[in-house]
Design a protein. Structure first.
Length: 82
């Protein structure tokens, strides 16, 4: 890491939050809909999540971490919409 890379980790901290609704660290459409291990997954009954929801989620994360200023926001696809 250093100035030879896209983001100089010697100068900046990088925060990466898991997207809401992702099955990797969050409740998702694949999550069982009840407490029992045989309960079916939410699938289409899972609430729709919008880019605005995702941005609000990222703001909550920054507030919790006490971050009040960002140097840059980097992302492609869904990350770029936030």
């Amino acid at each position: 890491h250093g100035e030879d890379f896209g983001i100089d980790l010697d100068r900046f901290h990088v925060i990466v939050g898991a997207p809401m609704g992702s099955p990797f660290g969050s409740t998702s459409p694949l999550t069982p809909s009840g407490p029992g291990e045989n309960d079916p997954p939410f699938r289409s009954s899972f609430p729709q999540i919008t880019p605005l929801d995702q941005a609000a989620h990222q703001k909550l994360l920054l507030d919790e971490l006490g971050v009040s200023k960002l140097h840059a926001v980097v992302g492609g696809s869904m990350g770029g919409m936030q």
